[in-house]
Design a protein around this ligand. Structure first.
Ligand code: 13P
Ligand code: SF4
Length: 424
């Protein structure tokens, strides 16, 4: 069945949590607050000028024409091209992806397509940066819409993390440039960045004995870090950090929040000395919407319902659910269920809808009754995909993501530590 753009996503502005979604994604290309390195507070000087904006012709093309162009370009480019799609992408984009997966799987998928000259990443900016960091020399990574950022990733910037690091080193009595293990063979603190962060922060971790994690390996990564250090500075997502460390037995009292706008992150020295995990004050605006009241309602209305949520959800929600896991873990949870089961899911709506369509013999629904797609993932529209693929056919690379070499080298160090960190 061929659906129209609006049919497939069923975004009805009045019911959506984000009014941006009622607009065409190209209306938002030049708006501040999203995209590479942007923060919600950034003011972009007039006249607004951003590279890589979608030409008018592609904004006006019919769905059929876009489809024809994408299919033809894929065929012509063959093995020279690989298209990666995150689970949160809309269906009308996912249909063209050679790999669909979570952020960890997509980082690995980029590695396995050595012969591809171009990696077109249908996801968000930090994912494309990661692909570029891991790509072999000569491969080019393309993000079809440069305004596809991640508001959570933007909540930790390099300057604030560097400043926090200096403060922490002062409290722990070490020189930030030369941190050595103590008599126990442990460092005072190790930085751990969630994959959802800029390349600059991954590089910061690489330079400072740190590591990257994703939602599918956060526990293994924290174990790795605790073998080497007394504590961890975890950024940007407080919820993933808290949920993971709590499940490993770290008491909440030893997980103070680090608010970059306050002196010592809003803590006193004694708390910082006692801390095991310092949680950056960041969150995902999509997953923050899930509540225990929604879980209570789902259990009341659907006795026997199984509930799984993403670990970016707040701790009370994760505690009240039957399971929590990365997007791939959610997919596997559904695959392992039985026909006739009812499953409520706490994650992005495109993924939930796709699972519901894949398993029509089960009742699968989103915990949040208000439709809440990730508004930045949603910025990848087939129009952008057709445009970047047509560009490749014409010998032009639009919207290439290039991480500067030194930054890429340090970030790769932190990513390779992650890829090597195996659960015990
Ligand atoms: P995964 O690592 O589970 O793919 O999640 C990425 C993400 O952005 C979740 O909001
Ligand atoms: Fe970022 Fe949240 Fe969107 Fe994931 S769902 S890309 S964390 S804003």
């Amino acid at each position: 069945m061929k659906l129209s753009v609006t049919d497939r996503i069923e975004v009805r502005p009045a019911q959506s949590c984000d009014t941006d979604l009622a607009r065409a994604p190209w209306d938002l290309d030049a708006m501040p607050g999203y995209g590479p390195g942007a923060s919600r507070a950034d003011v972009i000087p007039e006249p607004v000028s951003r590279p890589g904006q979608l030409p008018q012709a592609y904004r006006e093309m019919s769905e059929e024409e876009l489809h024809g162009r994408i299919v033809a370009a894929k065929e012509a480019l063959g093995e020279r091209l690989v298209i990666l799609g995150h689970f949160y992408q809309r269906d009308e984009v996912v249909q063209y992806a050679d790999f669909v997966g979570d952020s960890f799987q997509l980082a690995n998928a980029a590695l396995t397509r050595d012969q591809a000259e171009w990696i077109v990443f249908c996801g968000v900016h930090f994912m494309a940066e990661t692909a570029d960091i891991l790509a072999r020399e000569g491969q080019q990574v393309i993000l079809p819409n440069l305004a596809a950022g991640c508001s959570m990733a933007d909540m930790a910037d390099e300057d604030s993390v560097e400043a926090a690091w200096e403060d922490l080193c002062a409290v722990y009595g070490v020189d930030p440039g030369a941190i050595e293990p103590d008599a126990e063979g442990k460092l005072p603190v190790i930085p751990v960045t969630y994959m959802n962060s800029s390349a600059a922060l991954k590089a910061f971790c690489g330079r400072n004995n740190g590591i990257v994690c994703t939602s599918s390996n956060a526990a293994a990564v924290l174990e790795w870090a605790f073998e080497r250090a007394h504590r961890v500075l975890f950024f940007p997502d407080q919820h993933l950090g808290r949920n993971t460390a709590k499940a490993m037995g770290v008491p909440l009292e030893q997980m103070p929040m680090w608010n970059p706008r306050q002196p010592l992150g809003g803590n006193n020295e004694a708390d910082l000395l006692e801390a095991k995990v310092l949680l950056w004050h960041g969150f995902c605006s999509v997953h923050r919407r899930f509540t225990t009241a929604q879980i209570d309602q789902a259990r009341a209305e659907h006795p026997g319902v199984k509930i799984i949520v993403h670990p970016e959800c707040p701790m009370p929600v994760v505690d009240a659910a039957d399971a929590a896991g990365s997007t791939d873990a959610i997919k596997k949870f559904v695959a392992a269920s039985e026909p006739g089961d009812t499953i409520a899911i706490g994650t992005e709506i495109n993924m939930v809808n796709r699972l519901a369509a894949e398993y029509p013999d089960r009742t699968i629904f989103c915990l949040d009754p208000v439709i809440c797609p990730c508004s930045t993932m949603y910025r990848i529209h087939p129009g952008y995909l057709a445009w970047v693929l047509d560009g490749l056919l014409e010998g032009e690379v639009h919207n290439q993501i290039t991480v500067p070499q030194t930054q890429a080298r340090d970030a790769r160090t932190a990513l390779e530590r992650m890829l090597a960190a195996k659960p015990r």
